[in-house]
Design a protein around this ligand. Structure first.
Ligand code: FHN
Length: 480
């Protein structure tokens, strides 16, 4: 990106946020001929993608065999992420793999999971069909390492997809390409044997993906992971063809930027710095700070509750994020044009841990009152303010101020674009009580509101109108 930035400055070209989209479609730097680079022409505008764009808040589910040890093996704590415990030297791989014979989640209830997500206000869920350990939550016919051969025997994905569909929450299938259980998986391809083995693995991957899309036709997209190793990065042609095949099979399918590399080995953004896939998947446990950071692309941020634990970990250590922190991340994401996806790691017995349920309730209670400022909202063209974040609905005349730092004065400073006026202001929690607004400079206002919401963030709505007439101002601007 630095290269483009430099070219822009040197050529005197600079882009306002509104023209970032154009920058994506026609990069300024000399274009490299790519066979397997990005195929997109700007942002998708179809209905499925528009809906994705308006989700605002989502749920991530990491569930698999790793939930059984829950970050602990023979009484010892593993220091890494619980879902990576198989990679710990202290554990023989075959011993981990035999956890399949212990997978019997008697407290698993798909409807309860969907209800928890719904209560939180999630509009979509991303579920690990298969994580790096290779264990499949669906009865894949291409490997024996699936739920079908566990004591549980039954498909997990089907009841989940049905339950979330019923709850009106769109499902995205998480799929790890890296598969520690498959004999053909390689980190790199260095020998003829590696190459032969990996060819078999590629066919297996293709078969599993087509199988998933066929078995769960209502799923809206695929969230790819484990695609960073050299072996996969070298498969530009194969992965590009597979992506085309999947899109043909399921028109409207949403695929993020992690699936494939171009022939130069570039991931997320191709060698011309154009996004690969429908949205950027680079925001893992971090958020952009300003609109320029997202280069006009769609994106979602996936976030853990503790520092870096996705799968269930018995010992939740370190800083555990509070509901208010997570609500702030949600509002910040939306204010910068993205979705926020909060991770849940259900226990080995299938129940959602009580701390996660509590967070879902707290976030949901806030969403009940303030969801108007989150769903179908986007970047408002206004930067972060001292009191919080602006969001706005596409084409609407309302601006939402999501407040996290209420000023002690009770006067919220708001600077609007030229010729935009405020017709009404009120808090979403008390929509019938208008707030007083005071124009302090041209297009700069104070919204007056004494203490609101206790220790909770809250939303002020500004109904706006465009006016060409600023003659009501008391004083002219000084000439400086
Ligand atoms: O290694 C995984 C990790 O376990 C988890 O699944 C996250 C979720 O975004 N993705 C990987 C790291 O990028």
């Amino acid at each position: 990106m630095k290269r483009i930035l430099l070219a822009c400055i040197c050529t005197g070209l600079w882009f306002s946020p509104a023209s970032i989209k154009a920058q994506q479609a026609t990069p300024v730097a000399a274009k490299i001929e790519l066979k397997h680079g990005s195929h997109r022409i700007g942002k998708r505008t179809d209905e499925v993608m528009q809906k994705w764009r308006g989700y605002g808040l989502g749920q991530f589910i990491h569930w698999g065999l790793y939930a059984i040890p829950g970050g602990e093996w023979n009484g010892k704590q593993y220091n890494g992420a619980a879902e990576w415990i198989r990679s710990w030297n202290g554990i023989p791989k075959s011993t981990y793999d035999s956890l399949i014979y212990k997978f019997n989640p008697v407290n698993f209830n798909a409807d309860e999971w969907a209800t928890t997500a719904k209560q939180m206000g999630a509009k979509y869920v991303t579920i690990t069909t298969k994580h790096h350990d290779g264990f499949c939550l669906w009865p894949s016919k291409y490997t024996s390492y699936t739920v079908a051969n566990s004591p549980w025997k039954k498909d997990i994905m089907k009841p989940l997809v049905d339950a979330y569909d019923k709850a009106g929450i769109d499902v995205i299938l998480y799929f790890s390409v890296m598969d520690w259980n498959h004999p053909g998986w390689r980190y790199d391809i260095k020998t003829k044997e590696d190459s032969v083995a990996f060819e078999g693995f590629k066919q297996f991957t293709r078969n599993q993906l087509i199988e998933l899309l066929t078995m769960y036709p209502t799923a809206k997209g695929l969230w790819f992971d484990g695609t960073w190793d050299k072996s996969w990065v070298k498969q530009a042609e194969f992965a590009d063809q597979l992506e085309t095949e999947m899109r043909k099979l399921r028109p409207g399918l949403i695929i993020g930027s992690r699936f494939r590399a171009d022939e130069k080995g570039k991931r997320h953004f191709d060698a011309n710095n154009v996004l690969m896939g429908d949205y950027e998947q680079g925001w893992e446990r971090k958020l952009p700070n300003k609109i320029e950071d997202v280069h006009g692309n769609d994106w979602d941020c996936v976030m853990t509750v503790p520092e870096n634990q996705w799968g269930y970990n018995k010992a939740w250590k370190g800083h555990i994020k509070t509901a208010n922190e997570l609500i702030e991340m949600t509002a910040k994401s939306v204010s910068l044009g993205g979705n926020f996806v909060l991770n849940f790691g259900p226990q080995g017995d299938g129940a959602i841990r009580k701390e996660e349920k509590q967070l879902a309730t707290q976030i949901g209670n806030w969403m009940k009152i303030n969801k108007e400022a989150i769903y179908n909202c986007q970047y408002a063209g206004l930067e972060k303010q001292d009191w919080g974040y602006f969001t706005k609905k596409t084409g609407g005349n309302k601006l939402y101020m999501v407040v996290f730092n209420a000023p002690v004065s009770g006067a919220y400073r708001v600077k609007l674009p030229a010729k935009m006026g405020i017709t009404k202001a009120y808090a979403l929690a008390t929509p019938t009580q208008s707030l007083s607004t005071e124009e302090i400079h041209t297009n700069e206002y104070f919204i007056h509101l004494k203490k609101q919401g206790g220790d909770q963030p809250f939303v002020i709505v500004l109904e706006t109108k465009n006016s060409s007439d600023n003659s009501g101002n008391v004083y002219d601007k000084a000439k400086t």
